[in-house]
Design a protein around this ligand. Structure first.
Ligand SMILES: NC(=O)c1ccc[n+]([C@@H]2O[C@H](COP(=O)([O-])OP(=O)(O)OC[C@H]3O[C@@H](n4cnc5c(N)ncnc54)[C@H](O)[C@@H]3O)[C@@H](O)[C@H]2O)c1
Length: 346
């Protein structure tokens, strides 16, 4: 299949591009190369005849029309987005521009291309979204595909808006869409402003490991390579107009997750153990959702996908990858805002 992947130079997008090329798909990666992008993530596929790169913005309709016409993709996997909740608190405008307006412009370009080609039934527009659109859970229950939308952060609200646009383009124009909402991803190539890389890199450097609030917040962790396989499964076999929740079935309180990472580092760097001594509780994030948990029954029962990597194994692989690739993260640590506390609200 020929895929147009948006945001393929980001964390999840690059995992999807690598996995798609491994599976023999041709991939066009469309990315604006924002602060969060890193083309080094794609070194594995850069010379493959199956891979092409287009430096473009999803808000640029003329560029999108040219790319659709030139590459004639059979499907779109839409991951391009502003993705960091803390940055959305400081500057929500960029999140509305990219995640809402950008998705709208991309939908319109995809619709024109699809209609111009006689509305092929096999065409797919796969929108990649987050479980944060469902808001926050208490101690019990898990998000299903029918959970009501209740986004709490500007990031989550912008993703919820884009989900609604995608749904409407299917209902109104018949565009063959599928949607997926996933839990927190982690793994190699995770940008060094997100929780797990921050913990690993601060611990290695002997710096304070910041834990927001009490650290009681629960996240359901999904190894990024499991997610990439799930996305390609939904794209190929998901029912048109349907959404699928993708989760790792690996809930952990933030504080427990941080301690797990510290113990992995203790085993690898015993000279600086115990790394837990570096943990510091800092002011909580405003609107910090208490708990996310995904019920992945639909994708498991209907499409046969299940996560293969446990949290313990995935964290060990992630820690080892960061220890082995300092040149990758040292370069990204120089980028604007990385390493600074963001999103505290004055
Ligand atoms: N990371 C997670 O845990 C997680 C969880 C649930 C859902 N998601 C969703 O998955 C998708 C990918 O997330 P990620 O963590 O890989 O994000 P990321 O921030 O690592 O990467 C985003 C990519 O999109 C590109 N991009 C941003 N604005 C663009 C624009 N206007 N035009 C073209 N490209 C643009 C960036 O350059 C970057 O390469 C996002 O849609 C995000 O909302 C992520």
């Amino acid at each position: 299949m020929k895929l147009l992947v948006t945001g393929g130079a980001g964390f999840i997008g690059s995992a999807v591009v690598r996995e798609a090329v491994r599976q023999g798909h041709a991939v066009v990666n469309l990315d604006a190369l924002t602060y969060a992008a890193c083309l080094d993530n794609l070194a594995e596929v850069a010379d493959s005849p199956l891979y092409a790169f287009e430096h473009a913005d999803i808000r640029d309709r003329a560029a999108l029309d040219r790319i659709f016409a030139e590459h004639a993709p059979e499907a779109v996997l839409h991951l391009a987005a502003e993705s960091h909740v803390d940055r959305s608190i400081d500057g929500p405008g960029t999140f509305i521009d990219t995640n809402v307006t950008g998705t709208y412009v991309l939908l319109e370009a995809a619709r024109a291309y699809w209609q111009g080609n006689g509305r092929p039934e096999a065409f797919r527009f796969h929108h990649v979204s987050t479980d944060e659109v469902f808001g926050s859970l208490g101690a019990e229950g898990r998000f299903t595909e029918t959970s009501p939308y209740a986004p709490n952060s500007p990031y989550a609200a912008s993703k919820a808006s884009s989900d609604h646009l995608v749904r409407a383009w299917h209902e109104t124009y018949g565009l063959p869409v599928v949607l997926s909402n996933c839990s927190n991803n982690y793994g190699p190539y995770h940008f060094p402003e997100k929780l797990i890389p921050v913990v690993i890199l601060n611990a290695i450097a002997g710096r304070e490991i910041p834990v927001y609030g009490s650290g009681e917040n629960v996240r359901d962790w999904l190894f990024v390579e499991d997610h990439a396989r799930a996305l390609l499964t939904v794209l190929r076999r998901g029912a048109v107009g349907r959404s699928y929740n993708i989760g790792g079935e690996a809930e952990a309180r933030n504080i427990d997750l941080v301690r797990m990472i510290c113990r992995l580092l203790d085993a690898r760097r015993p000279e600086s153990a115990p790394h837990e001594r570096l943990i510091a509780h800092v002011a909580d994030r405003p609107g910090h959702d208490h708990r996310y948990a995904i019920d992945p029954s639909r994708i498991r029962d209907e499409l046969g996908w299940r996560p293969e990597v446990t949290l313990e194994e995935g964290l060990a692989r992630t820690v080892d990858w960061y220890l082995a690739n300092p040149e990758w993260w040292q370069a990204l640590q120089q980028r604007d805002g990385v390493g600074r506390r963001l999103g505290t609200v004055a």
